[in-house]
Write a protein that binds this ligand. Structure first.
Ligand code: DGJ
Length: 697
């Protein structure tokens, strides 16, 4: 066994001291900047091993790959219960891209636990890690409470911490803080990640920003309860850990595989790290259908009709949707037996015969004739007490202690029960077999109260996997009242994420931009909503709404009957732009761009070669109403010359304030000047936007 294991890819090194020294457990010495071909491994950032200081062990203990199973580690243990002192390293297997350690840990009461800890360094330099229980005494699984999927030591320079939280309709708000003393904990106990605690942390040197500074991202690929801790050890190092959080009534089981956890590193700020995560998600996580097929423009019925389904109205909406260029028609909530509001019918997955006396076929045929694919909303995990299913199988409903805690008038099915899953599989299978449905919007509109969270999520995964195996060409969108469940575990099972219920373009611009720290734009669903947002009540123009929707997987979610001919035509022009640019937006490098003033925000996408870019500038505020902003455009080949032009249509006020050369697409500039000096632009009104296309001259 070699003493050091060094994996290198895409400018990133993972260096592990494999513990050949007697008495030492393997430990991660370094994950981050590339160390080069032949580093003197022993001397990588030597620790002050001999530093003597008061009130310390004579030999302070560095975090190993599963800290807490060795004596003298005082940080958060990677196993619960952890025990100090008895362990052995039984073997190591290596490939050029991965390493797996086999360990035995002897827990309190003498339980012997066999574990495998695997690290893979993917081509993008993203680290994937998993811990598996491979053997154990009979009782050990009953006592094991938590296994960290990854325990990553970072340098003492790690100071700033960014997390993503918020609420329904305001997901992915950024919270930035200096690492507190003690231990920072991000936990979800909702049986899903929730709108408020996305399972990821971004960590880095002080003041890292979009373009600069060393940044680490760590995210857990698990769609249930989780715990991420970040702590500074007294000796200086920072340790980040991520685990699934079990409910109090659960045990891990002898075959437990902790969820995969992912880490990324970049010295180029948040953009560097998000671009690596996007590349990784594209190549390793997201189902291949996404790359194989341009993301079709959606028309979703929810905000147009809610529960009021009427065949002729829906056909008319499909006609209008086709007219403006939509490519997929998604029939949202309200189509199944007795579903006239949110108080009843979840569980009864048969078509409502009053609304659809001849089934869904007449609508589907109509939609398909107009050249659109048909998609359907479902919420399989849930049940209304007022439903045939609840009356027939009250025992399938998860109970919370003595009673039933409802959310949106609904309860949760016992997804750990194979009988329940078989019923749901059959119901969904029947729907898909009988109807030409190409797409399912899979919703989940409540938290999972009570215990059994692991069994719940494992059951959901099993059901989706079984359904996908039977219908491999049906795409699935994951939704949980918007973005309540769109972690990297769900990404392996979904072609689209409904990022938020808010169609307010100003809020949505932030929500998308922050969600895209982890989610690539092609799977991030974003819709052009009605002029007056149903959630915030804010009235916003069509150009802004369409521009914001273009930078993801574009859709429409408004009553198209409200649009006049001119507005429909303008919407059609924006959709045509999306189609023109979607291959760039959906495969390129995504950039968070920070204009220097608080009134403006921007995002951009450039292609791999740096020969083309699309940038969206939004004026959000009016602190300095008479002033414009500076837009620096990253990602371009610095030596090349480019032409820059506004993408039409442009809002009237914006057009008047635009240099003639930009209006006509004749503004010529080098990549170097565009990125270092930028463009000076003036959008005279808040809540307006400008889309710029930059191409090789
Ligand atoms: C919540 C989703 O986020 C909405 O888009 C819509 O599908 C409703 N559920 C339907 O009940």
């Amino acid at each position: 066994m070699s003493k050091y294991i060094h994996l290198r890819r895409n400018g990133v090194s993972l260096l592990i001291d494999a513990g050949s020294t007697a008495g030492a457990l393997p430990r991660i010495v370094h994950y981050g900047a590339d160390l080069g071909e032949t580093p003197t491994l022993e001397n990588v950032r030597p620790h002050n091993e001999n530093a003597k200081w008061g009130a310390r062990l004579d030999e302070p203990v560095e975090p190993c790959i599963l800290p807490g199973i060795e004596a003298g580690y005082f940080g958060v243990p990677a196993l619960e219960p952890a025990h100090a002192g008895h362990w052995s390293l039984d073997g190591v297997s290596e490939t050029s891209r991965s390493v797996t350690f086999r360990l035995k840990a002897i827990l309190p009461r003498g339980d012997v636990l066999g574990l495998e800890v695997e690290y893979r360094l993917a081509s993008q330099g993203v680290l994937a890690s998993q811990v598996r229980v491979v053997s154990g005494d009979a009782d050990v699984s009953n006592r094991l409470r938590r296994v960290a999927s990854l325990c990553l030591p970072l340098s003492s320079e790690t100071i700033d911490l960014v997390t993503l939280g918020g609420d329904w309709a305001r997901e992915f708000s950024i919270a930035r803080q200096t690492l507190p003393s003690g231990c920072f904990t991000l936990e979800s106990r909702r049986g899903r990640p929730g709108h408020d605690r996305y399972p990821a942390v971004f960590l880095g040197a002080r003041h890292f920003d979009e373009m600069h500074g060393e940044v680490y991202a760590v995210t857990l690929g698990w769609s249930g309860s989780h715990r991420i801790t970040v702590e500074r050890l007294r000796e200086g190092r920072v340790v980040v850990q991520a685990s699934e959080l079990l409910s109090d009534d659960e045990t891990l089981g002898a075959q437990y595989q902790a969820p995969w956890c992912y880490a990324a590193f970049s010295a180029q700020g948040l953009n560097g790290v998000l671009q690596k995560l996007h590349a990784f998600a594209r190549e390793e996580l997201i189902p291949p259908a996404v790359a194989a097929k341009p993301r079709p423009v959606h028309y979703n019925t929810w905000e147009a009709v809610y529960f009021k389904h009427d065949l002729e109205t829906l056909k008319g909406l499909a006609d209008r949707a086709a007219g403006v260029g939509a490519e997929r028609f998604v029939l949202d909530d309200g189509w199944f037996k007795g579903r006239n509001n949110d108080r009843s019918s979840l569980g009864d997955w048969v078509v409502d015969s009053t609304k659809y006396p001849h089934g869904l076929t007449p609508l589907i045929e109509h939609v398909c004739k107009r050249g659109l694919e048909f998609g359907l909303w479902v919420e399989p995990e849930m049940i209304n007490p007022d439903s045939d299913l609840a009356r027939a199988h009250p025992d399938w409903i998860r109970r919370d202690g003595a009673g039933l805690v409802l959310q949106r008038h609904q309860a949760v099915l016992d997804m750990g029960n194979a009988e329940v899953r078989a019923f749901l599989l059959k119901a969904l299978d029947t729907l898909l077999a009988r109807n030409d449905i190409r797409y399912l919007k899979w919703d989940m509109n409540r938290d999972v109260t009570g215990g059994g969270h692991h069994a719940y999520v494992a059951g959901v995964y099993a059901l989706i996997d079984d359904l996908r195996a039977r219908h491999p060409s049906v795409e699935i969108e994951t939704c949980a009242s918007g973005g309540g469940r769109c972690d990297y575990g769900m990404l392996t099972r979904s072609e689209r994420v409904w990022v938020s219920d808010s169609n307010d373009a100003l809020d949505r611009f932030d929500i998308q931009r922050n969600a895209n720290l982890l989610l690539p734009p092609e799977i991030s669903g974003v819709h052009v909503g009605p002029q007056r947002c149903h959630i915030t009540g804010r009235t916003l123009g069509l150009d802004l709404r369409a521009h914001v929707a273009m930078f993801g997987h574009m859709g429409l979610e408004l009553d198209l009957r409200e649009l006049g001919a001119k507005e429909s035509e303008r919407l059609g022009a924006h959709i045509a732009n999306y189609k023109r640019f979607r291959s760039l937006i959906h495969a390129g490098r995504y950039w968070r761009i920070e204009p220097p003033d608080p009134d403006h925000k921007a995002v951009g996408v450039s292609n791999e070669a740096g020969t083309e870019a699309l940038v969206l500038l939004v004026r959000v505020g009016s602190h300095a109403l008479g002033q414009g902003s500076i837009l620096r455009i990253p990602g371009l080949d610095e030596r090349a010359a480019f032409s820059v032009g506004a993408v039409l249509p442009v809002s009237r006020g914006v057009e008047h304030s635009l240099a003639l050369s930009l209006r006509s697409g004749n503004y010529l500039q080098t990549g170097r000047v565009l990125s270092a000096v930028g463009l000076e632009l003036f959008l005279p009104r808040p809540e307006t936007s400008l889309l710029l296309h930059i191409k090789l001259q």
